[in-house]
Design a protein around this ligand. Sequence first.
Ligand SMILES: [Zn+2]
Length: 363
Amino acid sequence: MHFAKGVTCLVLLVLGVRAAPGTKRPVSISGEASTAKQPKPLAESPQPSRPKLLPKPNSLVGKLTVIDGSCRPTTARFVQVEQALSDAYDIVEVGQRINSEDTAFTNYFVLNTPSAKKVVQAEEEEDDKAKLRSAVLASSPERKPEKLVPNMATSIVTGGGTNKQIHVRCPTPEVCGTSNRVAFVRPDEAAINLCEGFFARNPVSHAWKPFNLDASGYGWCRPPYLLTNFLTRAEIILHEMTHIKLIASHALALSGLAEGEKFDASKPVANQWFAQDIYDHADENDANNKDTYDVPWVAARTLAQRWIAYIAHLAKPEKAKAPLNPPPFGTADNAESYATAFIEYFFYVKCKAFKFDPKKITL
Ligand SMILES: [Zn+2]
């Protein structure tokens, strides 16, 4: 999570802008150019041109979002925003059925991680943003991914349980701050701000290609399954949604309901919470290493692997232990983990009939 100076609690996603060779990696909001290595280029896959007749967008776009006039300097741009939102809702409609045994889940989430509260308290609170992040993490009930992940999908498709509309805006480059910024939200607002980096991303939509093994290699279900091929702009929308308190807190509230208990929309949500960003965190075992949690979707998988290693480490006899720190926070607190898990699960469900092997989705 990055914070802009003078703005309280600004959550950003700075990703996916693949600089041309020799150019700099996207800079973070703090203005520090990262020296971390470039993400791997997208694997070549047949990129379809946009169909002339687009399928109708998911009806939840009209119901649960308001696309601001700032996103309509041209109809083409408006359609791009609408398409990404439509894809995102398609993905989470399916994502409500994800469970903790699905590969898409286990790639990103680890059950029974030690309490995030404990981990956060151990963190050095060097400035206000760290304090704020720590306060949000520490004051919320434990996040159990087996409940929280499907409930996050449910919260997104129900506008945080109350059909509240998310405002989607396209601020000016001045407001966005850096040319490489993709999107940002302020967790207290039910709004997503899309920046130039969003429009610079590959515009492919899952609505553009058939879910089959089309002999030309055109269909979505044909191997090789490279994660980056499945990351449409919906990834950005889904990632940002989890930073919005309205959405994330409702998912958390649903996860705390007793068996058979129904959510009561007339009562205020007791615990306010939103997901964080692991990417750009330093390695928990090497403060100088910024490569471990670098590219958001890679970092999301790494976070899960780090927790698995840490839990195995805790189980070792005392004598056999090398120094190993817990990752900065639990997998259920990382925004990108939700976005990528939902996307992997979506393509798995859509391609199941074609022997699509979710274990073969590689980075
Ligand atoms: Zn983020």
